[in-house]
Design a protein around this ligand. Structure first.
Ligand SMILES: NC(=O)c1ccc[n+]([C@@H]2O[C@H](COP(=O)([O-])OP(=O)(O)OC[C@H]3O[C@@H](n4cnc5c(N)ncnc54)[C@H](OP(=O)(O)O)[C@@H]3O)[C@@H](O)[C@H]2O)c1
Length: 264
């Protein structure tokens, strides 16, 4: 009898020790732009599954089915409309969420194509009218979102702003061809703008980082997965791991999804 009680007591003590050694990832509130499909939707799904409060934003007139389904599955998902081209809408959402700390802001929304032929972004046949839309969505949108939501992030526990950039924004490596000019320029501009906000963000303890996710298949336009394209679930899981380990010391860095430093 006494021996049995002793064994039970030892087992309970071992369980307590084991439990206290298991690192529990912190949860919080994440706001994601362009979260109705692709990489943004994958972030929303994975953070919701981890128990985070997810403010999932989209630019559509009606709530996208993808987000409706996610909210049905996870009541902690809050859906809000946010077109990053619309600065009044950005300010209105920031005002609506005043007093809501946002631990992690993910500037994910972006365009890689306007549906125009590739020649429109290729040196020699450039369509100059399209430059503006790439810059306004991919560079100005994120910096405006960051500017409007910095107080919310500064008021949080984790204090992180993450920007989904691209290897296309790198200028240190010669590109394989002279295409995607407007997209490339917009991602270079995004990196430059975000690095420039670092001194202000640092004053309130907020880190600002840029990520290159890798060439990821998002099923856009029902296109089949091409050889070499990565699985969005794996790409986002890797970025979430890296984001979890970020501290203020990482601010201003341009990172691969696994946390390796990318050259500018
Ligand atoms: N996939 C890749 O291989 C890859 C590689 C490097 C970097 N990235 C970057 O990763 C991010 C996500 O890309 P993705 O592949 O997931 O693209 P995606 O499947 O085309 O999704 C883009 C998302 O951004 C939204 N969006 C576009 N313009 C917007 C606006 N004005 N306001 C708010 N939302 C807007 C889209 O909404 P709608 O559904 O309404 O269009 C959609 O939700 C982008 O910044 C992209 O540049 C992707």
């Amino acid at each position: 009898m006494i021996a049995g009680l002793l064994v039970l007591g030892l087992a309970a003590a071992a369980a307590i020790v084991l439990r206290s050694n298991v690192a529990v990832a912190p949860t919080g509130t994440v706001l994601i732009t362009g979260s109705n499909r692709g990489i943004g939707l994958e972030f929303a799904k994975q953070y919701a599954a981890k128990g985070w409060t997810v403010i999932a934003t989209h630019r559509r007139d009606d709530v996208p089915d993808s987000l409706r389904l996610l909210r049905d599955q996870y009541p902690s998902v809050r859906i809000e409309k946010l077109d990053v081209l619309n600065h009044d809408e950005i300010d209105a959402l920031a005002a609506k969420l005043q007093g809501t700390p946002i631990d992690l802001l993910i500037n994910n929304a972006g365009i890689m194509s306007t549906g125009d032929p590739a020649s429109a972004q290729t040196f020699g046949t450039l369509n100059y009218d399209l430059f503006d839309i790439y810059m306004r969505i991919n560079a100005l949108g994120p910096i405006k979102v960051a500017e409007s939501f910095l107080p919310h992030v500064a008021a949080s526990n984790l204090k992180k702003i993450v920007n989904i950039s691209s290897s296309a924004g790198r200028v240190s490596r010669p590109p394989p061809h002279s295409g995607n000019m407007w997209y490339r320029a917009s991602k270079t501009a995004l990196n430059g703008l975000m690095v420039t906000m670092v001194p202000t963000a640092s004053k309130s303890g907020v880190s600002v980082t840029m990520f290159e996710p890798g060439w990821t298949w998002t099923g856009k336009n029902d296109k089949n997965r091409q050889e070499g394209q990565l699985d969005p679930a794996e790409v986002v899981a890797a970025m979430i791991d890296t984001i979890e380990g970020l501290t203020l010391e990482d601010t201003g860095r341009f990172l691969a999804r696994d946390g390796d430093t990318q050259s500018w």
